[in-house]
Design a protein around this ligand. Structure first.
Ligand code: VAH
Length: 328
Protein backbone atom coordinates (compact mmCIF):
# COMPACT_ATOMS: atom_id res chain seq x y z
CA UNK A 1 0.00 0.00 0.00
CA UNK A 2 1.31 3.41 -1.04
CA UNK A 3 2.30 5.65 1.89
CA UNK A 4 3.65 9.08 1.06
CA UNK A 5 5.67 11.48 3.16
CA UNK A 6 5.91 15.08 1.92
CA UNK A 7 8.53 17.42 3.38
CA UNK A 8 8.29 21.17 2.85
CA UNK A 9 4.51 20.76 2.58
CA UNK A 10 3.87 24.42 3.46
CA UNK A 11 5.89 25.73 0.51
CA UNK A 12 4.86 26.81 -2.98
CA UNK A 13 4.99 23.29 -4.48
CA UNK A 14 4.22 21.46 -1.23
CA UNK A 15 0.83 23.06 -0.60
CA UNK A 16 -0.51 22.12 -4.02
CA UNK A 17 1.20 18.74 -4.23
CA UNK A 18 -0.11 17.66 -0.82
CA UNK A 19 -3.66 18.60 -1.80
CA UNK A 20 -3.33 16.83 -5.17
CA UNK A 21 -1.93 13.67 -3.56
CA UNK A 22 -4.84 13.67 -1.10
CA UNK A 23 -7.29 13.95 -4.01
CA UNK A 24 -5.54 11.32 -6.12
CA UNK A 25 -4.73 8.65 -3.55
CA UNK A 26 -7.40 9.35 -0.96
CA UNK A 27 -7.24 10.03 2.76
CA UNK A 28 -4.78 8.27 5.00
CA UNK A 29 -2.10 7.84 2.30
CA UNK A 30 -0.18 11.11 2.48
CA UNK A 31 1.43 12.69 5.53
CA UNK A 32 2.27 16.34 4.88
CA UNK A 33 5.10 17.72 7.00
CA UNK A 34 6.95 20.98 7.36
CA UNK A 35 9.33 22.66 9.77
CA UNK A 36 6.44 25.02 10.61
CA UNK A 37 3.59 23.99 12.89
CA UNK A 38 0.76 22.53 10.77
CA UNK A 39 -1.71 24.79 12.57
CA UNK A 40 -0.34 27.55 10.37
CA UNK A 41 -0.62 25.77 7.04
CA UNK A 42 -2.46 22.41 7.06
CA UNK A 43 -5.67 22.33 5.03
CA UNK A 44 -7.15 18.93 5.64
CA UNK A 45 -5.42 15.58 5.42
CA UNK A 46 -2.73 14.31 7.75
CA UNK A 47 -0.14 16.88 8.77
CA UNK A 48 2.69 17.07 11.28
CA UNK A 49 5.70 19.20 12.12
CA UNK A 50 8.98 17.59 11.00
CA UNK A 51 12.51 18.96 10.69
CA UNK A 52 14.17 16.94 7.93
CA UNK A 53 17.56 18.05 9.27
CA UNK A 54 16.85 15.79 12.26
CA UNK A 55 17.85 12.40 10.86
CA UNK A 56 16.44 10.42 13.80
CA UNK A 57 13.10 12.24 13.66
CA UNK A 58 12.93 11.68 9.91
CA UNK A 59 13.77 7.99 10.36
CA UNK A 60 11.08 7.61 13.07
CA UNK A 61 8.44 9.34 10.96
CA UNK A 62 9.20 7.25 7.85
CA UNK A 63 9.10 4.05 9.92
CA UNK A 64 5.90 4.99 11.80
CA UNK A 65 4.23 5.92 8.49
CA UNK A 66 5.52 2.85 6.68
CA UNK A 67 6.42 5.27 3.90
CA UNK A 68 6.90 3.94 0.38
CA UNK A 69 7.54 7.33 -1.21
CA UNK A 70 9.15 10.55 0.03
CA UNK A 71 8.44 13.79 -1.85
CA UNK A 72 11.25 15.99 -0.52
CA UNK A 73 10.48 19.64 -1.17
CA UNK A 74 12.04 21.39 1.82
CA UNK A 75 14.63 23.85 0.46
CA UNK A 76 15.74 27.47 0.43
CA UNK A 77 15.23 29.10 -3.00
CA UNK A 78 17.68 31.11 -5.07
CA UNK A 79 17.36 34.70 -3.88
CA UNK A 80 16.84 33.77 -0.22
CA UNK A 81 19.86 31.44 -0.45
CA UNK A 82 22.10 34.34 -1.48
CA UNK A 83 21.05 36.20 1.69
CA UNK A 84 22.40 33.33 3.85
CA UNK A 85 24.40 30.84 1.74
CA UNK A 86 25.60 28.71 4.66
CA UNK A 87 22.05 28.19 5.97
CA UNK A 88 20.85 27.38 2.44
CA UNK A 89 23.65 24.86 1.97
CA UNK A 90 22.87 23.15 5.27
CA UNK A 91 19.12 22.94 4.64
CA UNK A 92 19.30 22.01 0.96
CA UNK A 93 22.12 19.48 1.27
CA UNK A 94 21.71 17.98 4.75
CA UNK A 95 17.95 17.71 4.29
CA UNK A 96 18.35 15.83 1.01
CA UNK A 97 21.13 13.53 2.20
CA UNK A 98 19.03 12.61 5.26
CA UNK A 99 16.09 11.74 3.01
CA UNK A 100 18.27 9.67 0.67
CA UNK A 101 19.94 7.89 3.61
CA UNK A 102 16.58 6.94 5.14
CA UNK A 103 15.35 5.88 1.70
CA UNK A 104 18.40 3.62 1.36
CA UNK A 105 17.62 2.08 4.77
CA UNK A 106 13.88 1.60 4.16
CA UNK A 107 13.51 1.10 0.40
CA UNK A 108 11.47 4.31 -0.08
CA UNK A 109 11.37 5.95 -3.50
CA UNK A 110 12.31 9.64 -3.53
CA UNK A 111 11.17 12.66 -5.53
CA UNK A 112 13.09 15.89 -5.12
CA UNK A 113 13.02 18.88 -7.51
CA UNK A 114 16.04 20.26 -9.24
CA UNK A 115 15.86 23.49 -11.19
CA UNK A 116 16.93 25.49 -14.20
CA UNK A 117 19.19 27.04 -11.57
CA UNK A 118 21.38 23.93 -11.82
CA UNK A 119 22.80 25.56 -14.94
CA UNK A 120 25.13 28.57 -15.12
CA UNK A 121 26.38 31.25 -17.51
CA UNK A 122 28.51 28.73 -19.47
CA UNK A 123 25.52 26.49 -20.20
CA UNK A 124 24.03 26.87 -23.71
CA UNK A 125 21.20 29.37 -23.15
CA UNK A 126 18.60 28.62 -25.76
CA UNK A 127 17.94 25.85 -25.33
CA UNK A 128 19.87 24.25 -22.46
CA UNK A 129 20.24 20.56 -23.40
CA UNK A 130 19.35 17.72 -21.03
CA UNK A 131 23.02 16.80 -20.62
CA UNK A 132 25.40 19.75 -20.63
CA UNK A 133 27.83 21.86 -18.64
CA UNK A 134 26.54 22.69 -15.16
CA UNK A 135 28.54 25.39 -13.37
CA UNK A 136 25.95 27.49 -11.53
CA UNK A 137 27.07 30.69 -9.84
CA UNK A 138 24.51 30.67 -6.99
CA UNK A 139 24.47 28.67 -3.77
CA UNK A 140 20.98 27.45 -4.68
CA UNK A 141 22.30 26.24 -8.03
CA UNK A 142 25.30 24.56 -6.38
CA UNK A 143 22.95 22.66 -4.06
CA UNK A 144 20.76 21.66 -7.03
CA UNK A 145 23.70 20.23 -9.01
CA UNK A 146 25.06 18.53 -5.90
CA UNK A 147 21.57 17.22 -5.17
CA UNK A 148 21.36 15.67 -8.62
CA UNK A 149 24.73 13.98 -8.04
CA UNK A 150 23.67 12.77 -4.58
CA UNK A 151 20.56 11.19 -6.08
CA UNK A 152 22.72 9.52 -8.75
CA UNK A 153 25.05 8.22 -6.03
CA UNK A 154 22.29 6.80 -3.83
CA UNK A 155 20.72 5.16 -6.86
CA UNK A 156 24.00 3.60 -8.06
CA UNK A 157 25.37 2.67 -4.62
CA UNK A 158 22.20 1.73 -2.66
CA UNK A 159 19.57 1.23 -5.36
CA UNK A 160 17.41 4.15 -4.23
CA UNK A 161 14.75 4.93 -6.86
CA UNK A 162 15.39 8.68 -6.78
CA UNK A 163 13.61 10.85 -9.35
CA UNK A 164 13.51 14.56 -10.00
CA UNK A 165 12.71 17.37 -12.40
CA UNK A 166 14.62 20.50 -13.33
CA UNK A 167 11.76 22.96 -12.99
CA UNK A 168 11.63 26.45 -14.49
CA UNK A 169 9.99 29.22 -12.50
CA UNK A 170 6.67 28.02 -11.08
CA UNK A 171 3.59 30.24 -11.05
CA UNK A 172 0.81 29.60 -8.55
CA UNK A 173 -1.65 31.42 -6.29
CA UNK A 174 -2.28 29.09 -3.35
CA UNK A 175 0.93 29.81 -1.45
CA UNK A 176 3.02 33.00 -1.23
CA UNK A 177 6.27 33.10 -3.24
CA UNK A 178 9.19 31.51 -1.39
CA UNK A 179 12.20 33.78 -1.95
CA UNK A 180 12.95 32.82 -5.52
CA UNK A 181 14.20 34.89 -8.45
CA UNK A 182 11.05 34.03 -10.39
CA UNK A 183 8.76 35.27 -7.60
CA UNK A 184 7.98 38.34 -9.72
CA UNK A 185 5.77 36.13 -11.92
CA UNK A 186 3.56 35.46 -8.88
CA UNK A 187 3.74 38.87 -7.19
CA UNK A 188 2.65 40.62 -10.41
CA UNK A 189 -0.72 38.85 -10.32
CA UNK A 190 -1.37 39.87 -6.72
CA UNK A 191 -0.59 43.46 -7.71
CA UNK A 192 -2.89 43.24 -10.74
CA UNK A 193 -5.77 41.97 -8.60
CA UNK A 194 -5.11 44.25 -5.64
CA UNK A 195 -4.26 47.55 -7.18
CA UNK A 196 -3.33 47.35 -10.81
CA UNK A 197 0.29 48.52 -10.47
CA UNK A 198 3.54 46.53 -10.01
CA UNK A 199 7.20 47.43 -9.61
CA UNK A 200 9.14 44.57 -11.20
CA UNK A 201 12.56 43.60 -9.75
CA UNK A 202 13.76 42.35 -13.15
CA UNK A 203 14.41 44.14 -16.44
CA UNK A 204 11.49 44.09 -18.91
CA UNK A 205 13.34 41.87 -21.38
CA UNK A 206 14.48 39.18 -18.89
CA UNK A 207 13.34 36.02 -20.65
CA UNK A 208 12.90 32.93 -18.49
CA UNK A 209 11.21 29.55 -18.73
CA UNK A 210 8.12 29.24 -16.54
CA UNK A 211 5.37 26.75 -15.75
CA UNK A 212 1.88 27.05 -14.29
CA UNK A 213 1.71 24.99 -11.08
CA UNK A 214 -1.00 22.53 -12.25
CA UNK A 215 1.43 21.42 -14.99
CA UNK A 216 4.23 21.07 -12.43
CA UNK A 217 2.14 18.96 -10.04
CA UNK A 218 1.03 16.70 -12.88
CA UNK A 219 4.66 16.34 -14.01
CA UNK A 220 5.73 15.20 -10.53
CA UNK A 221 2.95 12.62 -10.29
CA UNK A 222 3.42 11.35 -13.85
CA UNK A 223 7.17 10.98 -13.30
CA UNK A 224 6.64 9.05 -10.07
CA UNK A 225 4.08 6.79 -11.74
CA UNK A 226 6.29 6.11 -14.78
CA UNK A 227 7.93 2.67 -14.99
CA UNK A 228 11.50 2.89 -13.67
CA UNK A 229 12.74 0.99 -16.71
CA UNK A 230 11.75 3.87 -19.01
CA UNK A 231 13.88 6.42 -17.15
CA UNK A 232 17.42 7.12 -18.26
CA UNK A 233 17.93 10.54 -16.67
CA UNK A 234 15.61 9.67 -13.75
CA UNK A 235 16.38 12.43 -11.28
CA UNK A 236 17.05 15.53 -13.32
CA UNK A 237 14.73 15.77 -16.28
CA UNK A 238 14.51 19.19 -17.90
CA UNK A 239 10.82 20.11 -18.04
CA UNK A 240 9.34 23.36 -19.23
CA UNK A 241 6.15 24.86 -20.54
CA UNK A 242 6.19 28.54 -21.49
CA UNK A 243 8.74 31.30 -21.55
CA UNK A 244 8.22 34.99 -21.39
CA UNK A 245 9.62 38.29 -20.23
CA UNK A 246 8.10 40.58 -17.57
CA UNK A 247 6.97 42.92 -20.34
CA UNK A 248 5.20 40.08 -22.18
CA UNK A 249 3.57 38.89 -18.96
CA UNK A 250 2.36 42.40 -18.16
CA UNK A 251 0.86 42.67 -21.65
CA UNK A 252 -0.98 39.37 -21.19
CA UNK A 253 -2.33 40.53 -17.81
CA UNK A 254 -3.44 43.86 -19.30
CA UNK A 255 -5.75 41.93 -21.64
CA UNK A 256 -7.73 41.06 -18.47
CA UNK A 257 -6.92 44.07 -16.30
CA UNK A 258 -7.08 47.16 -18.54
CA UNK A 259 -4.85 49.91 -17.26
CA UNK A 260 -2.59 47.55 -15.36
CA UNK A 261 0.72 49.38 -14.99
CA UNK A 262 4.21 48.02 -14.47
CA UNK A 263 7.43 49.84 -13.60
CA UNK A 264 10.89 48.30 -13.50
CA UNK A 265 13.37 48.64 -10.63
CA UNK A 266 15.86 45.80 -11.23
CA UNK A 267 17.19 44.25 -8.03
CA UNK A 268 20.91 43.63 -8.77
CA UNK A 269 20.89 40.28 -6.92
CA UNK A 270 17.83 38.84 -8.64
CA UNK A 271 18.84 40.26 -12.02
CA UNK A 272 22.30 38.68 -11.81
CA UNK A 273 20.76 35.34 -10.85
CA UNK A 274 18.24 35.46 -13.70
CA UNK A 275 20.93 36.45 -16.19
CA UNK A 276 23.01 33.43 -15.16
CA UNK A 277 20.27 30.97 -16.11
CA UNK A 278 19.41 29.64 -19.59
CA UNK A 279 16.50 31.29 -21.37
CA UNK A 280 14.92 27.99 -22.33
CA UNK A 281 15.23 24.27 -21.46
CA UNK A 282 15.19 21.43 -23.99
CA UNK A 283 12.74 18.98 -22.41
CA UNK A 284 12.65 16.47 -25.29
CA UNK A 285 14.07 13.65 -23.13
CA UNK A 286 11.18 13.99 -20.64
CA UNK A 287 8.74 14.03 -23.54
CA UNK A 288 10.28 10.87 -24.98
CA UNK A 289 11.08 8.86 -21.83
CA UNK A 290 7.84 9.33 -19.86
CA UNK A 291 5.46 11.27 -22.13
CA UNK A 292 5.74 14.74 -20.59
CA UNK A 293 3.50 17.31 -22.25
CA UNK A 294 2.69 20.74 -20.81
CA UNK A 295 -0.96 21.84 -21.03
CA UNK A 296 -0.99 25.50 -19.99
CA UNK A 297 0.15 28.20 -22.37
CA UNK A 298 0.65 31.81 -21.22
CA UNK A 299 -2.96 32.94 -21.83
CA UNK A 300 -4.28 29.90 -19.90
CA UNK A 301 -1.91 30.59 -17.01
CA UNK A 302 -2.85 34.29 -16.84
CA UNK A 303 -6.58 33.53 -16.87
CA UNK A 304 -6.15 30.79 -14.25
CA UNK A 305 -4.05 32.95 -11.94
CA UNK A 306 -6.41 35.93 -12.05
CA UNK A 307 -9.45 33.70 -11.59
CA UNK A 308 -7.78 31.85 -8.74
CA UNK A 309 -6.71 34.98 -6.91
CA UNK A 310 -10.14 36.55 -7.28
CA UNK A 311 -12.02 33.46 -6.14
CA UNK A 312 -9.45 31.95 -3.75
CA UNK A 313 -11.40 29.63 -1.44
CA UNK A 314 -11.20 30.16 2.25
CA UNK A 315 -8.73 27.83 3.78
CA UNK A 316 -9.68 24.24 2.97
CA UNK A 317 -12.45 22.53 4.91
CA UNK A 318 -11.91 22.72 8.62
CA UNK A 319 -10.46 19.21 8.54
CA UNK A 320 -8.18 19.62 11.50
CA UNK A 321 -4.68 18.56 10.79
CA UNK A 322 -4.63 14.90 11.69
CA UNK A 323 -1.59 13.14 13.04
CA UNK A 324 -0.42 9.80 11.74
CA UNK A 325 -0.67 7.18 14.44
CA UNK A 326 -0.36 3.48 14.73
CA UNK A 327 -4.11 3.11 14.48
CA UNK A 328 -4.11 4.30 10.87
C1 VAH B 1 13.72 30.25 -7.72
N1 VAH B 1 11.43 29.53 -8.09
O1 VAH B 1 13.41 31.30 -8.28
C2 VAH B 1 12.81 29.05 -7.94
C3 VAH B 1 13.18 28.27 -9.18
C4 VAH B 1 13.87 28.36 -11.56
C5 VAH B 1 13.63 29.15 -10.31
O2 VAH B 1 14.12 27.29 -8.90
O3 VAH B 1 14.69 30.12 -6.99
Amino acid sequence: MKRILVTGAAGQIGTELSARLLDRYGPGVTLATDIRDPVAWARGGLAEQLDCLDLDALRRTVTRLGATDIFHLAAILSAAAEEDPLRAYRINMNGLVNVLQVAAETGCRVFTPSSIAAFGPETPRDPAPQSTLQRPTTMYGVTKVAGELLCDYYHARFGVDARGLRFPGLVSYTAPPGGGTTDYAVEIFHAAVDGGRYVCPLKPDTRMDMMYMPDAIRAIIELMEAPATSLVHRNAFNVTAVHFTPAELARAIRAHVPGFEIDYAPDPLRQAIADSWPERLDDSEAREQWGWRHEYELPDMVAGMLRGLKTRPARHAAGPAGRWNDAD
